[in-house]
Write a protein that binds this ligand. Structure first.
Ligand code: RIB
Ligand code: CA
Length: 319
């Protein structure tokens, strides 16, 4: 029945596209969605996730709310205006009412229950701050071997987007990101903003999606505030669907070309807080390579066929 998948998310416009990509893919068994603070507060990310699933007619998918704030230090960021005050360009209320009640358990409990019950390893796709995933790995060591891969949208090999050094998801909870990426407990694939930016789509792509039917039109209607932000960030009429790029890899392993690098997450309170420091030196130059596998080594997505990726996402969303 295809890829067993759980998405951890902070919708967010690009999160909405990513959730829809999974929800509308017949080769994905979407076991559940968990929510986290991030682009907007937890109450809004949870409402938005539930409504996007209702848009996709997926009342079968349970949703549980998770962390309202980072593990250790307060989240210094108010709402991310790239996504609008409600997280979906002010259009959350235009989406259908949720088709099921919010789960009575928290996100980490739902993640653990779904993983324990799975008859084969599950792909977990965090596309917001990594707080819930760090808590899961810490509190439930018994489920580590039920996780096939953690496919993460986050980090940056070059400059950041929230600060000069840091990408938003890692910046929002650097300690959580260090716990997930640096623990060596589960196979991680990091999809950094360097690649997601290169996968940006233009208004022609959005127009094709909008014309494909009611779901495509509803997704396109979520983009105005996001488009305003990315016109400034890109310098042309387009948007970066960061999270959909990560979900494309979760759904179609290998659609992104990857390399493996040691990664450290900067958790000090300086100008580089939240930076993902990726050691791209040749292995022969890295001090710690006496043949032993480096526990900080992470698979990093570095390239893809941009047109194929855009066509894959559009094809799935447009049905
Ligand atoms: O930096 C991009 C990431 O931050 C995406 O997940 C987007 O939704 C925002 O959360
Ligand atoms: Ca996100």
């Amino acid at each position: 029945m295809g890829t067993k998948l759980i998405i951890d998310t902070d919708p967010g416009v690009d999160d909405a596209f990513a959730i829809a990509l999974a929800a509308l893919s017949d080769d994905v068994e979407l076991l559940g969605v968990t929510t986290v603070f991030g682009n907007v507060p937890l109450s809004a990310t949870t409402r938005n996730a539930r409504r996007v699933l209702a848009l996709c007619k997926r009342a079968d998918v349970p949703v549980a709310a998770g962390a309202p704030r980072p593990l250790v230090h307060p989240h210094p960021h108010a709402a991310r205006y790239a996504h609008g005050a409600d997280g979906l360009s002010g259009r959350s209320a235009a989406l259908p009412e949720p088709g099921r009640e919010l789960e009575p358990v928290d996100a980490v409990s739902l993640l653990a229950t779904l993983l324990e019950a799975a008859d084969e390893p599950v792909t977990v796709a965090p596309i917001g701050p990594l707080t819930n995933i760090a808590a899961l790995l810490a509190a439930h060591p018994g489920v580590h071997d039920k996780i096939a891969r953690v496919v993460i949208m986050g980090g940056a090999l070059g400059h950041g987007n929230t600060t000069a050094a840091a990408e938003f998801n890692v910046w929002s909870d650097p300690e959580a990101a260090r716990r997930v990426l640096g623990g060596g407990e589960v196979p991680c694939v990091l999809v950094p903003m360097d690649l997601t930016y290169r996968c940006a789509v233009d208004t022609g792509w959005l127009g094709t999606l909008a014309a494909s039917g009611p779901v495509g039109a509803a997704l396109d209607a979520l983009t105005p505030d996001y488009l305003d932000h990315y016109r400034k960030a890109l310098g042309w009429d387009g948007v970066v669907l960061h999270d959909a790029v990560a979900l494309a890899e979760a759904i179609r392993p290998g659609i992104l070309r990857t390399e493996t690098f040691p990664i450290e997450v900067e958790c000090s309170f300086g100008p580089s807080r939240g930076a993902t420091v990726v050691d791209q030196r040749r292995p022969e130059l890295r001090a710690d390579t006496e043949g032993s596998p480096d526990p900080t080594a992470v698979v990093v997505a570095v390239d893809t066929d941009l047109d194929d990726l855009r066509a894959f996402v559009l094809g799935r969303l447009a049905g």
